[in-house]
Structures are given as C-alpha cells and as structure tokens.
Write a protein that binds this ligand. Structure first.
Ligand code: GDP
Ligand code: ZN
Length: 298
C-alpha cells in the first residue's frame, strides 16, 4: 500500500475527512495517539486493507497554527496553514473595536494577512464607523462593508477570499454563519449532509470543516474558530499593532512599553495624529489585559 498526500477537510473527534491529491474525499483515522491533525493540515495517509477508511501516518510541517488555551489551560490547535483572517464586526451587536484589534494583533503575530469586514450594511451605522474603518485602511488593512442579508458587496468579499484558506472570526451575532452560508450557496446542502451522515463508528457532529467556496478559495469553519480568543503574551502586543511597531523603532528605549516612558515615538505619533488615539487605547487595554492574565497564571 502506498502512502498518498491529502488535506484534512473535516474533523470529527478522532476521525477526519481527507481530500486526497486526486480530489477524492475519504474518511480517515489517525495512527497512534500522539498525532493530532487539524483542518488545513497537509498529511500523509495510506489506505487500510479491506476497509474504506484511510490511516493518517504523518502531518507535514505547518506554515502557521491558530491556537487557543482550552479549559484546562493547555494550548489547543484549532486550524493550520491559514492564509487569511477576516475579522467581522457589525452595527449589532454593538461593535467592540478592541476585540477586532485583538484579532488583528493575533493575525500579525502568526504572519497571516487580515481584513476587516463590517457586515449588516443594510442597517443604519454609527457615525464613528467611517473614521474607524478609515484608520484601518490607513494602516494597510483591507476593509469591506457588506450585508449577508441584502447581498450588498458580497462579490467583493468573495473575491477577497478567492485564493487560499481563510477563517472568519468576530463577536457572536455579527453574521459569520450567515455570510458563510450565503457564500456557499447551493453547496450549503452538501455540508449539512456531511454532518448528518450516520455510518458505523462515524461521529455525526463535525468539529470543524474546510469549506470550498464556489467563487474560489476555502473557509475553515468551526464553533471554536469563530469565537476563538487568541492567547497573547504582554511582550507580543506591541508587535501585533503594525503602526505602533513601526513607530517604536524611534523610541529612546529599546524596551519602551509606550506608556509613560520619556522619548516615546509612539506617544509622539499619537499626539501628532499619525496613530489613531482609538488604536493606541486598544493597545494599552490589550497590554494591561495580557499582563493581568499572565500574572494569574503564575
Ligand atoms: P454569527 O454568530 O456571527 O454566526 O451570526 P449569525 O450569522 O448567526 O447572525 C446573527 C443574526 O444577524 C441573525 O439573526 C442573522 O439573520 C442576522 N444577520 C446576519 N447578517 C445580516 C445582515 O447583513 N443584515 C442584517 N440586518 N442582519 C443580519
Ligand atoms: Zn515608546
């Protein structure tokens, strides 16, 4: 039996959906207890004699991992080899831009491209929205306003996602599932039938799935991915705010935290309106939060 390479496209606790290099999708089990493949993983697998199942024997090196601490505080990998993170906000629930900044920070730290999508454009927006989105534009993030309900600007979202593997994150209720369903169109039925399939030994609930979009590209979706809270270290936070990291090169002290230090180029840039006050406040808030969480852990 010869090994083949495949892509993990669904996970059901210890079972996986695998897409082989010829495009065929098969069920797979995992060899041993130590291997923990996740959606987006490129793996090596071999057919099991007299069975339809395949066996995953090896996980190829990952370009990145989406991680979060689980309930026992252990780091859990949610997905691998992500090309893009779409952070979604909307008029309702009340947007919390600090949450958007936290996701953008996490994306920056694992070197994943990120974009900000404001959904529910069919509803009236807060007057501050233009300025908030303009700030993101200014520091190089793609921003889109769309409506999963009316269809407004969905071609733009679809083209944004049209290559590679993306994930969509954001507060609960902003419209992530609605957007994914709308983008999937007819294929929505297919995913529903995958999760409903009951075969011998097969878990009926999909933990996560890599969904191929009709307009190109794919989205990894799972409840855990949708509202994952990135685990950040205090010393990483400044690096995750790209405009702060860039201004920080001119701070007097190499270990400047950009809070009260003299000769801080970041605070100067905020005073000069080169860095948005809102993003700077977000940075300070996230730094304080990660310090507090870290202090608890030790
Ligand atoms: P999720 O928790 O982020 O996955 O959000 P859902 O997709 O479940 O959507 C939450 C609610 O917002 C549902 O009642 C949707 O019908 C509604 N919703 C989603 N997209 C839009 C939109 O573009 N416009 C409006 N008005 N409502 C939307
Ligand atoms: Zn500084």
């Amino acid at each position: 039996m010869t090994a083949e390479s495949g892509l993990v496209v669904a996970t059901y606790s210890r079972r996986m959906g695998l897409r082989l290099s010829d495009g065929k999708e098969v069920d797979a089990r995992i060899k041993g207890k130590r291997l923990r493949p996740v959606c987006g993983d490129h793996v090596e697998a071999e057919p099991i004699r007299n069975e339809t199942d395949w066996l995953i024997t090896r996980i190829h090196g990952r370009s990145n991992e989406l991680r979060r601490p689980n309930l026992r505080g252990k780091i859990e990998v949610l997905a691998a080899n992500i090309d893009r993170l779409l952070v979604m906000a909307a008029g309702t629930p009340q947007p919390d831009w600090a949450i958007v900044d936290r996701y953008l920070c996490a994306a920056e730290l694992i070197s994943v491209a990120a974009a900000v999508v404001y959904n529910k454009s069919d509803l009236p927006a807060d007057t501050s929205l233009d300025e908030v989105l303009a700030d993101y534009d200014r520091i190089g993030y793609v921003t889109v306003r769309c409506s999963a309900k009316s269809g407004d600007n969905l071609e733009l979202v679809s083209s944004l996602l049209s290559d590679g593997v993306s994930i969509i994150v954001g507060q609960s209720g902003v419209g992530k599932s609605s957007l994914i369903n709308r983008l999937l169109g007819d294929q929505q039925q297919r995913t529903a039938s995958i999760s409903g399939k009951t075969g011998e030994g097969r878990h009926t609930t999909v933990n996560s799935a890599l969904l191929q979009l009709p307009g190109g590209g794919a989205v990894i979706d799972s409840p855990g991915v949708r509202d994952y809270a990135p685990a950040l270290q205090p010393e990483d936070v400044a690096a995750g705010f790209r405009e702060i990291a860039s201004a920080a090169q001119n701070c007097r002290f190499a270990n400047c935290n950009h809070l009260r230090e003299p000769g801080c180029a970041v605070k100067q840039a905020v005073d000069d309106d080169m860095i948005s006050k809102r993003r700077y406040d977000s940075y300070r808030h996230l730094l304080a939060l990660t310090r507090k969480l870290n202090a608890k852990r030790y």
